[in-house]
Write a protein that binds this ligand. Structure first.
Ligand code: TRP
Length: 450
């Protein structure tokens, strides 16, 4: 892979922008509220934040160092440093493929909701039950979700293929703050709904008696999912970073931004959930059922909801681009396909998988993998298994196998930045992070049952 090509792709973009674009997405606004709701609220949030700080942040820095040290795709990066570790890159490419399988489907729903907002259809229904019925109806339909999903896949493809990433990322620079502002406005509105305090209590007040081993694993998986770590996305992106990018500061900024957006999403959703009487454990439909109700309650509801869903589409797009890029960069550099062919191969295969995942909510719902339909099993397998496993081995690799000199060179930009917390960073990466990951895993296998 020649570096010039790499450099032109994203060279002039700010690292924070692309990495935040990857991190902030449906994981924050759709997945976070639903898993928090499924896992008891407050205690989940506390554990989630601990996971972000203790595991997420060091791991993001670790992935950045691997990417910028090698300037390669996920597989090539690990192989360059140590051929035995290319398997870690393969885990990433596989996970990116499987995540796109359901992520594209949810992105399609977002697109459908935007269209319904614009046509005013979303505003006509009144009750939470009506919105729930509408959502069920929509996702079970064999054609409509498929259409929107395909459109979304193609949009991602063309951004990648035309190399207009820069354009997208630049507009994201304007649009993401706007998303943030809308979220704040929605949060204020939510908090003013009657009965909102119960929702707020559910979300913010920890009740640790509800915590099970599964809660820990789910919180950990959600933290990795939301930050886009564990599968080499940040390796792939950091390969495009400039030599003077401060990796630690970038990781810190991205982590803060990502966590704020998730928090805001929770403050929007839970008060409303309790106010209109939906179960917080409604699962994946939660946000799609709650949000239209909130908009409906507001003046200019059509404008609010159209703009909101449009921004959500942009947030989802900057995330699907990063996942698509993991696979495309791998096929391009390792299989020596040209970028066009690599991008098309990725697009065609992820489209096929997401079509199946979409249909698994309707006509193919009888296909079960371990009791789950394909959509749910892709979500479960990636967030709760592949990402934490990838994270575990990333800690081991960067903490124990990567040359300390080269790690230090990346973090300090060849000695130009100080590295006061080197000891702490190493300690976390070598001992604390792998130990937590291991314990949570073994705990879930029931090894510590009394
Ligand atoms: N983090 C994104 C979100 O929250 C999704 C995503 C993009 C992702 N790249 C990833 C998740 C890599 C896991 C790994 O929506």
């Amino acid at each position: 892979m020649n570096r010039m090509q790499r450099a032109t792709l994203g060279g002039k973009l700010s690292a924070v922008l692309v990495a935040a674009g990857s991190s902030v997405g449906l994981g924050n606004i759709w997945r976070f509220p639903y898993v928090a709701g499924n896992n008891g609220g407050g205690a989940f949030l506390a554990i989630y934040i601990l996971c972000v700080l203790l595991l997420g942040l060091p791991l993001m820095i670790a992935e950045f160092t691997v990417g910028r040290a090698t300037h390669r795709n996920a597989v090539g990066a690990y192989r360059t440093l140590d051929p035995r570790w290319s398997i870690l890159g393969y885990n990433g490419v596989l996970a990116a493929f499987l995540i796109l399988g359901f992520y594209f489907v949810v992105s399609g729903w977002t697109a459908e909701y935007m269209v319904h907002s614009v046509t005013g259809e979303l505003g006509r229904l009144g009750s939470a039950e009506a919105y729930a019925a509408m959502f069920e109806n929509f996702i079970r339909n064999p054609w409509r979700p498929l259409l929107y999903t395909s459109l979304f896949v193609l949009a991602t493809h063309f951004v990648i293929a035309l190399g207009v990433q820069k354009g997208i990322e630049r507009s994201a620079k304007v649009l993401m703050p706007l998303l943030f502002i809308i979220l704040v406005a929605l949060a204020v509105h939510s908090l003013l709904m009657p009965g909102s305090s119960e929702g707020l209590r559910f979300f913010l007040q920890p009740d640790f008696s509800k915590v099970t081993p599964a809660t820990l694993l789910v919180a950990l998986g959600q933290a990795f999912f939301s930050l886009s770590i564990g599968i080499g996305t940040m390796v792939t992106y950091a390969a495009y970073f400039k030599p003077d990018t401060d990796l630690r500061r970038t990781a810190l900024n991205v982590t803060i931004l990502d966590t704020l957006v998730a928090l805001l999403a929770g403050i929007v959703i839970f008060p409303a959930v309790f106010s209109v009487g939906i179960a917080p454990s409604a699962g994946p439909p939660l946000v799609f059922v709650t949000l239209p109700g909130i908009f409906n309650d507001m003046p200019w509801s059509m404008v609010w909801s159209s703009v909101f869903f449009l921004l959500l589409i942009v947030a989802a797009l900057t995330s699907t681009i990063s996942l698509h890029e993991v696979i495309t960069a791998y096929l391009h550099e390792e299989w020596h396909l040209n970028r066009r062919a690599a991008a098309w191969t990725t697009t065609a295969s992820t489209l096929a998988l997401s079509a199946l995942a979409s249909l698994s909510l309707g006509v193919l719902n009888d296909w079960r993998i371990g009791g789950l339909d394909l959509f749910d099993s892709l979500d479960y397998l990636t967030a709760n298994i592949l990402l934490p496993v990838g994270g575990f081995f990333t800690c081991i690799f960067v903490g124990w196998c990567m040359e300390r000199k080269s790690l230090r060179a990346q973090i300090t930009n060849d000695g130009r930045l100080p590295f006061h917390i080197e000891r702490l960073f190493y300690f976390l990466l070598r001992y604390i992070c792998p130990a937590i990951l291991l314990i949570v895993f073994l705990d879930n296998l029931g090894l510590f049952k009394k």
